[in-house]
Design a protein around this ligand. Structure first.
Ligand code: PMV
Length: 329
């Protein structure tokens, strides 16, 4: 192996969408049909290394210390193929990726995982660090991963079919606003229907899909304006509407996609009760899974966490503030 080859190492964090992405404008290029806005989460990191190896015939992927399933290796290879084509290199790599999430946090690791892999792979290939190129590369594998390339508050615009360079954009840095997300974990294990399958099924069968795509940009605009003005009420109201509209659209698919568990609705109701009883200014959002993520001021996070822990069916809570974007380490 030549001495110019290097190991690329990167760290990235999970993110939660305050304005949701659901639906693809271009499946082949993985372009979202709607804009989304997220907060990058501080304590939930993935660290990934990409080691070019002359002795390998195919890429290897070790996930959390264990060889990954073939389908996961194939997704990593697709990303590496794009990097190899851009850099004009032909090596295969050993990839090691470790999630430093609280045990069984119930949070998807695809966003942090693909953001870290994109940065580490470009570094290993000798490409200079370029946030927009890293974000566009991560987006091809998982659109939410495009957002984890940046810290703080981040927007991923909707894509036009064919727009291969679509990348996320930083909206406001970590220091802009110290909000907190309290994750109420309501179930163990993997979700029943993954986001890509769920989106495709919704687009093909839900009579509300077009209405969702039409409504989503205005909700994202409200979330964006609320973040820039540091107005939690404005962000929170639009965030709840965005998540409920996304789920309404998925619920109306045939057969309907129900990501909620009884504890999901109970936790959601508790968030609204905390608000109506004026105990905390807090709003809720849910992704393609049963967990509830409550958004509040950092000063209210302990009280919100305590209240959500008492909801029957909530297994534990995790507190996360805004965190930085991808880092080469
Ligand atoms: O990018 P994916 O395939 O992980 O899809 C993310 C979909 C949601 O989490 C439901 C919404 C979002 O914008 O993160």
């Amino acid at each position: 192996m030549s001495t110019t080859q290097r190991i690329g190492r990167a760290r990235a964090r999970a993110n939660i969408a305050l304005a949701k992405y659901w639906g693809k404008a271009d499946v082949e290029r993985n372009l979202p049909a709607v804009p989304s806005i997220s907060m990058t989460l501080d304590p939930l990191t993935t660290e990934t290394s990409v080691e070019p190896r002359a002795d390998l015939l195919r890429d290897e992927l070790i996930l959390n210390g264990t060889p990954a399933a073939a389908v996961e290796v194939a997704r990593a290879t697709q990303l590496l193929d794009r990097v190899r084509a851009e850099a004009g290199v032909h090596w295969r790599a050993r990839i090691e990726s470790q999630n430093h999430f609280p045990t069984a946090s119930g949070l998807a690791s695809s966003a942090s995982g693909f953001a870290a892999l994109a940065a580490a792979a470009r570094c290993a290939a000798g490409l200079p660090f370029d946030a927009a190129a890293t974000s566009a590369l991560a987006r091809r594998s998982s659109a939410s991963a495009a957002r984890s390339v940046y810290g703080g508050y981040v927007e991923l615009p909707a894509g036009l079919p064919g727009d291969d360079a679509l990348a996320a954009l930083p909206l406001a840095p970590v220091e802009h606003w110290g909000l907190c997300i309290v994750v109420a974990v309501t179930a163990e294990g993997r979700k029943a229907v993954g986001s890509t399958d769920g989106m495709t099924h919704t687009k093909l069968t839900s009579p509300y899909y077009d209405a969702w795509v039409e409504a989503a940009p205005a909700l994202a605009a409200e979330v964006r304006a609320g973040i820039l003005a540091r107005d939690l009420g404005q962000v929170g109201r639009a965030m709840e509407q965005s998540t409920l509209a996304m789920h309404a659209c998925a619920l109306a698919a045939a057969p309907g996609l129900i990501y909620f568990q009884p504890a999901t609705l109970a936790a959601f109701a508790r968030v609204r009760a905390l608000r109506s009883e004026r105990r905390a200014e807090v709003y809720a959002t849910m992704d393609a899974g049963p967990h509830v993520k409550a958004l509040c001021h950092a000063a209210d996070a302990t009280a919100v966490s305590q209240a959500l822990s008492e909801v029957p069916g909530v297994l534990r809570t995790i507190l996360a503030g805004p965190g930085p974007g991808v880092e080469l380490v």
